[in-house]
Design a protein around this ligand. Structure first.
Ligand code: MG
Length: 249
């Protein structure tokens, strides 16, 4: 069941979203060669708690850290630790926070120092695919119109879309209905309507869309070892179209 939010609830989700966006800003500022992924986790955790929120991911199904940090061929769910960033890496950061009972969830992929033109292109296409998708986050379209727009944009540029992990509804729970695949034919699924709040999150691979989960039971990597990027925002569908809730303003 898709839970429709009131204007007041969407405002509250925007407050959670701003904290998530701020945490992304301080993490981005901390990213540099020589920095460990554990340090990024510390910076984000401190920012979230300093703003009166809680990190959504900590302890979620036993996840041991406050954010996910996934480097290079790591797709999602990387566990922050002793891994040290180096020049030329790309680093995907996924942050969730709960504030006054509502969650915000967003992901960004950043370069570490100078990176290859190929890596920059992958990150740009991943980000833009989100924006292509939310062109359809309006009354009258169906859910899979978003999915189809993302997949089409990505595959036309020679990249692939991860299938096993998808976007999701979000609100008082981090994961609500509906699931939102980043692929598939258009015109399917529920009709979109104002008050739906969705986390749209394309995961884009440079090579094959196939993935493997490491022995830590969390970290997801590309099967072929090539790069992957992730971009996500929490959005609300309104009468006036989509609003992105996980931006600082
Ligand atoms: Mg998400």
């Amino acid at each position: 069941m898709i839970i429709i939010k009131s204007k007041k609830e969407i405002e509250l989700m925007g407050e959670a979203g701003k904290i998530v966006a701020g945490a992304h800003r301080v993490v981005k500022e901390a990213i540099a060669p020589g920095v460990t992924t554990a340090e990024l986790d510390r910076v984000a955790d401190e920012y979230i708690r300093d703003h009166g929120a809680q990190p959504s991911f900590k302890g979620y199904y036993g996840f041991p850290a406050s954010i996910c940090v996934s480097v290079n061929d790591q797709v999602i769910h990387g566990i922050p630790g002793s891994l040290t960033l180096k020049e030329g890496d790309i680093v995907s950061v996924d942050i969730g926070a709960i504030y006054n009972g509502y969650h915000g969830d967003a992901a960004r992929t950043h370069p570490v120092g100078d990176v290859s033109p190929e890596a920059i292109n992958l990150m740009e296409v991943t980000k833009q695919s989100f924006y292509e998708g939310i062109k359809y986050a309006r009354s009258g379209y169906r859910l899979s119109d978003i999915s189809h727009a993302i997949q089409s944009y990505v595959e036309k540029r020679g990249y692939s879309i991860v299938r096993e992990y998808v976007g999701h509804g979000i609100g008082q729970s981090m994961h609500e209905d509906p699931q939102i695949p980043n692929y598939g034919p258009p015109g399917k699924g529920p009709r979109l309507r104002p008050g739906m709040t969705l986390a749209i999150e394309p995961m884009v691979n440079e090579g094959t869309h196939e993935i493997v989960t490491l022995d830590d039971n969390w970290t997801v990597i590309t099967k072929d070892g090539r790069l992957s990027a992730h971009y996500e925002n929490t959005i609300a569908i309104t009468e006036e179209g989509p609003i992105i809730l996980t931006l600082e303003g």
